[in-house]
Ligand binder design. Structure first.
Ligand code: NAI
Length: 333
């Protein structure tokens, strides 16, 4: 029986890359019934709301969504729809895997880093104020319950994936209250997983080490803002934002997406790399138990990137987004 999955095409390059990713999922023979839903700037123009109630209802019903990037205005305007979705559905774990692909030129051969980021609080909790026009405050909310939950998730994921080490990134030397609590939770929970090594690093030094010695990292666990930044850094190490996806996982629902944004300057040109969204589709299929289909697409994506006959501009080629997707479909066995 086909599984209902919400499909949000998104803004900017979203419809192009998501159009190709959803086409590939369908062409791979997935038992998926797409239910299109609106969100973001486009939804505001079309339906008068950045997050229509109908979209929330659809995800409540499907429990799973494949979502394109959504515009968030800089320095003002409406609140991030991504954060609203993550908080509404309590999608507490943001899991982003970056790994080297054969055929994609990078300085390193063997990067496979999974960033597990707390996704509902921290500096993105949405609490802030302007006491006067010259002063602004944002609250960094860290709760023991949320930190214990994400750290446990990271160690359990390490166990499931056969990873040997979890690294916590923090700034507990300066942010003593918030990251002090995060670090105490990390030390406490790591003791429950004696077979998995653990270490902690101050975030600034960790960024340097990620650039000079990335192969030494396996699973990173960290708070919301740090995880957002560090996972983009990791993506840069393996070929750019066009490759990496992010899984937003909760107890009752999950939303799969690319980690990149709407890339407005590229929108409508059919030249963005759809690989990140294809990877999001692969992760979504694994989540709903359609592993065979996921593997079929994954093998084809790896083969297409390795052969390098058809490459998008960000990876040094000249192929369009749709030409790349055609090649992935051709390479599916
Ligand atoms: P961005 O990720 O859209 O673009 C950053 C750079 O990466 C640009 O140079 C762009 O050309 C390149 N890039 C991104 N995706 C690519 C792809 N698939 N293929 C080839 N190159 C690609 O980040 P930016 O410019 O900071 O944000 C633009 C908008 O996207 C903002 O409104 C931001 O809030 C939103 N955004 C949404 C996200 C989401 O919905 N999950 C995540 C990140 C940003």
């Amino acid at each position: 029986m086909k599984r209902d999955v919400a499909l949000i095409l998104g803004d900017g390059i979203g419809p192009e890359v998501m159009g190709q990713a959803s086409r590939i999922v369908t062409e791979a023979g997935a038992e998926v019934n797409w239910i299109e839903a609106q969100a973001g700037e486009g939804a505001l123009l079309r339906c008068g709301s950045t997050l229509p109630q109908e979209t929330v209802d659809i995800i409540e019903q499907t429990k799973v969504a494949l979502k394109g990037p959504l515009t968030t205005p800089v320095g003002g305007g409406y609140r991030s729809v991504n954060i609203r979705l993550r908080q509404h559905f309590d999608l507490y774990a943001n899991v982003r895997r970056t790994r080297t692909y054969e055929g994609v030129a990078t300085k390193y051969d063997n990067i496979d880093i999974i960033t597990v980021r707390e996704n509902t609080e921290g500096l993105y909790c949405g609490i802030g104020s302007n006491p006067d026009e010259h002063t602004a405050m944002s609250t960094r909310l860290i709760t023991e319950a949320a930190e214990r939950r994400i750290i446990t998730y990271a160690f359990e994921l390490a166990g499931k994936m056969g990873k040997k080490k979890v690294t916590a990134l923090h700034k507990a030397n300066i942010l003593k209250a918030t990251d002090g609590l995060f670090l105490r939770c990390f030390e406490d929970i790591s003791a429950e997983f004696p077979n998995i090594a653990h270490e902690d690093m101050i975030i600034d030094a960790a960024c340097m080490k990620l650039v000079t010695d990335p192969e030494n990292f396996e699973i990173i666990v960290t708070t919301n803002l740090f995880g957002d930044i560090v996972s983009d850094l990791c993506s840069g190490l393996v070929g750019g934002l066009g490759l990496t996806c992010g899984n937003n996982i909760g107890e009752a629902a999950a939303i799969f997406e690319a980690i990149h944004g709407t890339a407005p300057a590229m929108a409508g040109r059919n030249n963005a790399n759809p690989s990140a969204c294809i990877n999001a589709g692969i992760e979504m299929l694994k989540y709903i138990g359609q592993e065979q289909c996921a593997l079929r697409i994954e093998n084809s994506l790896i083969k297409t990137l390795k052969e390098g006959k058809v490459r998008t501009k960000d990876l040094g080629g000249s192929a369009s987004c749709s030409m790349f997707a055609d090649e992935v479909i051709r390479n599916m066995e």
